[in-house]
Design a protein around this ligand. Structure first.
Ligand code: T4K
Length: 368
């Protein structure tokens, strides 16, 4: 059997380019706590994201929990059931109540009309996810938040480098949080960041460093969510390679779209207008009209050593700790419920060979 193909394979820059950075760390012995690589990466990301402030973190989960903490809210948030479990866990760990609303069929992002209908006197924020890096209805969400005095927090774990209408998608919302996990379009092994307004900078800096202001002043409660120099140095190098990675992913995406165009019963999410995507995922929807169920497709690929993933199944609202939360009833979430049953993310990564894509699509066709 041929080598396994996983849903993703992290991009790594040439090791020779990283070694001088490691030597520098070895020389200076500055390993963490806002060292020079950390400072430089925050600065470069601030420019790239067109943001007032960027706060690096250990990972995307801590970025989201810190952002929710910095938002200083209590009560309910309106959120999506269609995401990775970190989204709702962060809400819950912030002692907030998630109120689930449905997603739109076009991109599987939270439906703005459903948001407005779900707002109660307890609602304090909207926690939305740019699923697969496709932009949420940011203008409408902004307008709803302004009308009702709500904060907007985007879980932008999938959206590194995405641009919308000529502007970084990450510049939308009160907070946008990123993941630089190994499986993401931009990785620092583990890592994350919070994009926020300048006013949040001090509180986020303290939050990620035990609430410490200086050697003798600790004015706030905080955690340890700092990014190390190793991860920050890698991030700087990965940034130099990011556009090449994006282009390679785009080529893989394009080939899949061409190959799948005439396969009845398989739908592909369209790349929305005015978006520069990062192609971090390649989701397909296996419709009832296809010759096999989504799970049968998953198993057939697996039998050939190809590991697709059901991102995002099961729905978060169906998990034991969330099934009694407001809005969690599947009758309230018909679009998300259907998507969770039909979704399959095919392997996509910069060096996925065209022959391997042909093999993957060949297996799909054999089931049509
Ligand atoms: N919000 C959203 C919307 C998210 O999607 C995520 C994370 C977060 C928040 C939280 O961000 P972080 O705290 O993670 O920074 C993966 C990732 O662990 C997770 O980061 C990601 N979303 C989620 C969608 O996917 P798994 O359990 O599917 O990962 P795993 O280990 O099965 O990896 C998938 C495949 O990738 C493997 O089969 C092989 C390949 N792989 C993976 C790793 C870790 C590699 O080739 N090398 C590697 O080092 O969750």
């Amino acid at each position: 059997m041929s080598d396994p193909i996983y849903v993703t394979r992290p991009y790594l820059p040439p090791l020779a380019e990283f070694l001088p950075m490691l030597e520098r760390i070895w020389e200076t012995r500055v390993l963490t706590n806002a060292g020079p690589f950390h400072v430089a990466l925050e600065e470069r990301l601030r420019t790239l994201f067109e943001a007032e402030n960027v706060t690096l973190t250990t990972n995307g989960m801590l970025a989201l929990t810190a952002a929710l903490d910095a938002a200083e809210i209590e009560g309910e948030v309106v959120t999506t059931p269609y995401s990775f479990v970190a989204t709702t866990h962060a809400v819950k760990m912030g002692r907030l109540t998630p109120r689930f609303v449905d997603v739109r069929a076009s991109d599987l992002n939270i439906d703005p009309q459903a948001i407005e209908a779900a707002i109660t006197p307890q609602t304090r924020a909207i926690v939305a996810v740019h699923v697969y890096g496709n932009p949420c209805a940011v203008e409408e969400i902004d307008a709803i938040a302004a009308r009702h005095g709500l904060k907007v927090i985007y879980d932008a774990a999938h959206a590194f480098g995405v641009r919308y209408k000529g502007r970084s998608l990450l510049s939308w919302g009160d907070f946008a949080t990123l993941s630089f996990h190994a499986t993401k379009a931009f990785n620092t092994f583990e890592g994350g960041a919070i994009v926020s307004r300048a006013a949040s900078r001090t509180s986020l800096d303290r939050l990620r460093n035990f609430g410490i202001q200086d050697e003798v002043r600790i004015p706030a409660v905080g955690t340890n969510a700092k990014m190390s120099e190793f991860n920050a140095a890698l991030g700087l190098l990965q940034l130099d390679h990011f556009e090449g990675v994006r282009a390679a992913r785009a080529a893989v995406d394009r080939r899949y779209r061409e190959m799948l165009e005439d396969v009845d019963g398989i739908d592909v999410l369209a790349i929305p207008d005015e978006v520069v995507p990062n192609h971090s995922y390649f989701p397909i929807l296996v419709r009832p009209g296809f010759g096999a169920s989504r799970d049968a497709v998953y198993e057939a690929l697996k039998a050939e050593n190809i590991y697709s993933r059901r991102y995002f199944y099961p729905l978060l609202s169906s998990l034991p700790m969330y099934q009694d939360m407001p809005g969690a009833d599947s009758a309230n979430l018909p679009v998300a419920t259907r998507a969770a049953e039909e979704i399959l993310c095919l392997p996509i990564f910069p060096d996925l060979a065209a022959e391997d894509q042909e093999r993957i699509v060949g297996i799909l066709r054999s089931l049509a």
